[in-house]
Write a protein that binds this ligand. Sequence first.
Ligand SMILES: C[S@@+](CC[C@H](N)C(=O)[O-])C[C@H]1O[C@@H](n2cnc3c(N)ncnc32)[C@H](O)[C@@H]1O
Length: 258
Amino acid sequence: MSIHVKQDWWETLFDDIYLLTDARSVCDDNITCREVDLVCELLSISKDQNILDLCGGHGRHSFELFARGYKNCTLLDYSQYLVDQAKAYAAKNNISIDIIRSDARRTKLPTESFDHVCIMGNSLGYINDNNADSLIINEANRLLCPGGKLLVDITDGDYVLKSFNPIAWHEIGDDTVVCRQRELHNGSIHAREMVLSKTNGLVRDENYSIRLYNESSIHSLLDKAGFCEIKIHKGFSAHRLKGDYGFMNNRMIATCKK
Ligand SMILES: C[S@@+](CC[C@H](N)C(=O)[O-])C[C@H]1O[C@@H](n2cnc3c(N)ncnc32)[C@H](O)[C@@H]1O
């Protein structure tokens, strides 16, 4: 049976259950630290510069950057649930960063207001419109000061295709199992995700899709938006153990300059 994906799935799927199903990647401080180590190494940010964590989810990279003394971070995400989580965490821990709910394709933030923009944790390729990622990258370009840097952390599509796994499952604690069925569709992966809890029964049965990029297509996306000095670093994984971590196993880190 073919996995059919609703147009607007990405508007609602990034919720409390996402934080559970993807906890191995997005709720592990060691992993976030390794990712932020890489951001600091590749971008050479100075402490007074403005950083935008675009599609930043519940803010793990912004909070780690803030803890390292990069106080001028802005977190932006579309998910109301994740933005609320980030606001609650920031308030509880006295973290004074801007946290904004907006669409990364048209943020309404002022032009040339950031020195660095980071798009972390495989956050492109979700919207079922081939032009959507271009709009996000163009928006990043608009928001950057001249000479500002963009970093995009995205799954390596060639690796995903080479190691394609049509069925994957993992357990979360004693209660929950996450089952994923995947299909290849024209350069995208369609997935059905079922989440079963011993106490609560079936808590999720949703489909989603992700458009894949390889070295050449991510280069071309950045180039078309007008970026220069494009470098693609391949083979990054913040995970130390082998396993199927969805799209977080083997990533490309692209950096470029406005
Ligand atoms: C896999 S999560 C990664 C989140 C975060 N960067 C991290 O690494 O923890 C992808 C995020 O992209 C966000 N996102 C996707 N498309 C977006 C858009 N058009 N505007 C704003 N956020 C978007 C989702 O809401 C989600 O939080």
